[in-house]
Each structure stands twice: as structure tokens, then as C-alpha cells.
Design a protein around this ligand. Structure first.
Ligand code: ADP
Length: 295
């Protein structure tokens, strides 16, 4: 039997250099976690913003994410969640600290990681299949036939096999999200970085996509780092939820979520766990609102 870890949380001493890990309470018959897939070591990011004092967006973030883990990061708007994902993606280098994937330092973008965000970047002049294929065109060394096989495989995985020849404008918002997911998965990255991907969807579509993402994650064994400001969504999806402070974004607390899967947003236990996390987050949201209103 899986030992219950619901809401086991760890406070982080700000400025402490120690790596942020939830205290493991692993039953004897559980396989131990392997080495981290992703390691964030003392990540700080300052933006110049044209003023004398740079804006410290995130400060001294230390985190380890294990292979196959579904990690959710929550925090108020402007706490540096997107900045953090961009760094893991290798789209920008931190002012201080290092990102490691499989114990290799991230210097650049790589095919082992992919970032999916709310603005999906799908091309309206290409069909669904062509959009999915487009992501595999460069740097993967796949010929046309191999790319086509992967397109078919991943469209099937997201249940869009029937829509291969449709154009993006012919699809609903949820279907477009699934195209973006298929395009990302078809490059077979180890790590999926998701930046509020479902924020603009209606509740019903979002529920379906939660189910779909959870199934795909379980089937493919990918490591997922999922950013959201929606705590319920984080508890619905994550093995672990990390709460960031308002600017500068630091790790405030981590929660292990050991509720049985598949979960639903409506599960009373999901709601209860979310409420605990929300208490922590609310303090940070209040700080962000004070700053906003002071402007
Ligand atoms: P979140 O994703 O949590 O909303 P972001 O990472 O987008 O936060 O931004 C964190 C802070 O850094 C914000 O105050 C934002 O205005 C600032 N910021 C983000 N990107 C840049 C940039 N390229 N140049 C200057 N400031 C930035």
C-alpha cells in the first residue's frame, strides 16, 4: 500500500542554499527515486527594466524534479513562474545559478525539453498533421516517413486521428490544445514544460484536458513541470506542488499530493488539499495586490 503523504510540507528558509526536497517518507516496498532529471541550483534572475535598481524576479530557487514526476508550480502573477520555465527550456540564462538536466548543465535549448504555453503558436495555414510535423522538421534527423509515422502516433494519442487534414480554425479551443500537445510530444522530449496551458479554456474543456494530460503522462512517463496560478488544478494534476512567494519568487513551501489517480477537480480531498495550499498562496497574492494598488 502506498503510504499517505497528503500535505506533508516543507518550509524553506529563504536564502538557504540547501536543495529544496520534500522529506521523503518512502515505504520499504516503494522503489527509491532515481537521480534528479532536472536540478535548479541557486537560480536568481534580475531584469534591468531601464531603472537604476534591477528587478529581482526570482531569487535563489533550489529544486530537484525526478524523472516521471508531475511537478506543479503555483504563485501569484508576476512571481517569476514563466521566467523559471524559460530558464529550464534554455531560452534564457539565469543571472545566478545553474539548471541541470540529467546532470548536464543547460546552456541552450535542446530537444530533451519543450515548452508549451497558452498562446499555442499553431500555424493557421497548415493542417493539423502539418502542424504536428513542423515541430520535428529541425535538428531531429527524422526523414519524412518517420515524421509521418510519429504524426499518426501522436495524433492518435490525443484522440485527433480523424482531424489530421483539418485546419486550426476548424477546431475548438480544447482540440487546438491537443494539437499543441501532440506537436510537443512528437518531438519525444523527456521534459514537458507547461506554462498555464489551460488558463483560457472553459471549465468543461479544461476538465477533459486534465484527464487527457494525466493519461498521456502515465502512458509516456514524461517528466512534467506545470505552471499555474490555479491551486485546484495543481492538486488535480501534481505529484508535488511548489508554492512561490511574490517577487522575488522564492520557494515558500512544497506539498506532496498523494491522492489516488485519476483525480477530479470536484474530489472533496482535492478541494481540501487545495484549501491548505491556498492559505499559503493567499498571503503572497495579497502582497502582489498591495504592489499593484500602490502603482
Ligand atoms: P509570472 O509568470 O509568475 O507571472 P514572469 O516570469 O512573467 O512572472 O515575470 C516576473 C517578473 O519579471 C514580472 O515583474 C515581470 O514584469 C518581469 N519580467 C519578466 N520578463 C521580463 C523581461 N524580459 N524584461 C524585464 N522584466 C521582465
Amino acid at each position: 500500500m502506498m503510504q499517505r503523504l497528503r500535505n506533508s510540507a516543507v518550509h524553506h528558509g529563504f536564502g538557504a542554499a540547501a536543495v529544496a526536497r520534500v522529506a521523503p517518507v518512502v515505504p520499504i516496498d516503494e522503489a527509491p527515486l532515481g537521480p534528479p532529471k532536472v536540478r535548479l541550483e541557486g537560480i536568481t534572475q534580475r531584469y534591468q527594466n531601464g531603472s537604476k535598481t534591477p528587478l529581482t524576479a526570482i531569487e535563489n530557487i533550489n529544486l530537484e524534479i525526478h524523472a516521471g514526476e508531475f511537478l506543479c508550480i503555483v504563485g501569484p502573477s508576476g512571481c517569476g513562474k514563466s521566467t523559471l520555465l524559460h530558464m529550464i527550456a534554455g531560452l534564457m540564462r539565469p543571472s545566478e545559478g545553474e539548471v541541470w538536466i540529467d546532470e548536464r548543465r543547460v546552456e541552450n535549448t535542446g530537444t530533451d525539453r519543450i515548452l508549451i504555453f497558452q498562446e499555442l503558436g499553431l500555424f493557421p495555414w497548415l493542417t493539423v498533421a502539418e502542424n504536428v510535423e513542423f515541430g520535428m522538421r529541425h535538428g531531429m534527423g527524422l526523414n519524412k516517413q518517420e515524421r509521418r509515422a510519429r504524426v499518426a502516433q501522436y495524433l492518435k494519442l490525443v484522440h485527433l486521428g480523424q482531424f489530421a487534414d483539418s485546419y486550426i480554425h476548424q477546431l475548438s479551443g480544447g482540440m487546438r490544445q491537443r494539437v499543441a500537445l501532440a506537436r510537443a510530444l512528437a518531438t519525444e522530449p523527456d521534459v514537458l514544460l507547461m506554462d498555464e496551458p489551460f488558463a483560457a479554456l472553459d471549465a468543461q474543456t479544461r476538465d477533459l484536458l486534465h484527464d487527457e494530460l494525466e493519461r498521456i503522462w502515465a502512458e509516456t512517463g514524461r517528466t512534467i513541470i506545470f505552471v499555474t496560478h490555479n491551486v485546484r488544478e495543481a492538486v488535480r494534476l501534481g505529484d508535488r506542488v511548489v508554492v512561490l512567494t511574490f517577487r522575488p519568487g522564492r520557494v515558500k513551501r512544497e506539498f506532496n499530493v498523494d491522492l489516488p489517480r485519476p483525480r477530479s477537480l470536484e474530489d472533496p480531498e482535492v478541494a481540501l488539499t487545495a484549501r491548505d495550499i491556498l492559505d499559503d498562496l493567499r498571503e503572497e497574492i495579497d502582497k502582489s495586490l498591495e504592489v499593484e494598488y500602490a502603482k
